[in-house]
Design a protein around this ligand. Structure first.
Ligand SMILES: NC(=O)c1ccc[n+]([C@@H]2O[C@H](COP(=O)([O-])OP(=O)(O)OC[C@H]3O[C@@H](n4cnc5c(N)ncnc54)[C@H](O)[C@@H]3O)[C@@H](O)[C@H]2O)c1
Length: 286
């Protein structure tokens, strides 16, 4: 984008982790920010802290899995600031069970946030951006897990692979109609956030541990490995900086973790050489 100053950014999952770091970076660039999150107290704190820095901030309590909430988010953005230039579809959750021990509620919860969230946002915001006819950019936060294969986090992996595909199609379609909207898909490796405690925002109607028997030893081991890898991961601020550099270059694939490229290569070689799926064990697990 030519310049960010005075422009408007909408960030889902803005109250914590990567979303919060993206919001900080937008404010540093002189943008007005719309913070969308389902966690009310964290959202209020983020709004207060950013306002104290003199930023134009609108906080909208939003459950991205609900179409009506995302449509209301788009309306409130336009009512408050008259436009939207940057959209970060960033809210996401994970569930760690093995595929056959995951409950229907596990599937519904993770798919509703990680897949239906971006679907609702694309439907709500792209028409507004097209009408504006100004330079805009959409960043969908997928994951390294959306590019590689491996055991565990199966529902999460599937949603992130789908989000990579959705982003690729969106990019092709917006180019096909010669729009001024750029698209990127952010695929981080491990990042020091609260992702391992995503269940804190799980709705009671899709309640978790009670509708599953005790987690298996394998589930517990996977959870421990994830927590260790995340606590040793990149900082959200590093990811935000890499993301802004990519927006500037209109770069589509954003892979902050160099190891992710190796994993992509192994996967593509498996496919091209008729090999069964390999698992490149992330170094952060050791
Ligand atoms: N942390 C990592 O290692 C990592 C790696 C790759 C990708 N990601 C992705 O990064 C994104 C951000 O996650 P994070 O790591 O910052 O975790 P986080 O838990 O710190 O932040 C996620 C935010 O999303 C919000 N959220 C959850 N459900 C929501 C809903 N239904 N509606 C609106 N907001 C909701 C949470 O309240 C939270 O503020 C996610 O899409 C995640 O999958 C994270």
């Amino acid at each position: 984008m030519e310049s960010y100053k005075g422009k408007v950014a909408v960030i889902t999952g803005a109250a914590s982790g990567i979303g919060r770091a993206l919001a900080d970076r937008c404010v540093k660039e002189g943008m007005k920010v719309v913070l969308a999150d389902v966690e009310e107290v964290a959202l209020q704190n983020a709004e207060r802290e950013l306002r104290a820095k003199g930023a134009g901030v609108l906080a909208v309590l939003t459950d991205v899995s609900k179409e009506s909430d995302v449509q209301a988010l788009a309306r409130q953005t336009v009512d408050a600031y008259g436009a939207v230039h940057l959209l970060f579809n960033n809210a996401g959750v994970g569930s760690g069970a093995l595929l056959w021990t995951s409950t229907v509620a596990d599937w519904q919860w993770v798919m509703s946030v990680n897949l239906w969230g971006p679907i609702h946002a694309i439907r709500a915001f792209v028409p507004i951006m097209l009408e504006q006819q100004t330079e805009c950019h959409i960043v969908n936060t997928a994951s390294r897990a959306g590019l590689e294969t491996g055991p565990g986090l199966g529902i999460y992996r599937m949603t992130k692979h789908a989000l990579v595909s959705m982003s690729e199609t969106l990019s092709h379609e917006l180019k096909m109609i010669q729009s001024s909207i750029g698209v990127s898909v952010l695929c981080p490796g491990f990042v020091r956030t609260q992702i391992c405690d995503a269940h804190r925002n799980r709705p009671t109607e899709l309640s978790g541990p009670n509708d599953r028997e005790m987690p298996s030893p394998m589930d517990i081991q996977l959870d421990q490995m994830m927590r260790k890898a995340v606590s040793n991961g990149m900082t959200p601020e590093e990811v935000a900086d890499i993301t802004f550099a990519a927006i500037q270059n209109r770069q589509f694939y954003i892979l902050p973790d160099p190891e992710a490229k190796q994993a992509v290569q192994v996967r593509l070689e498996d496919i091209l050489n008729d090999r069964n799926p390999s698992f490149l064990i992330p170094a952060a697990f050791n």
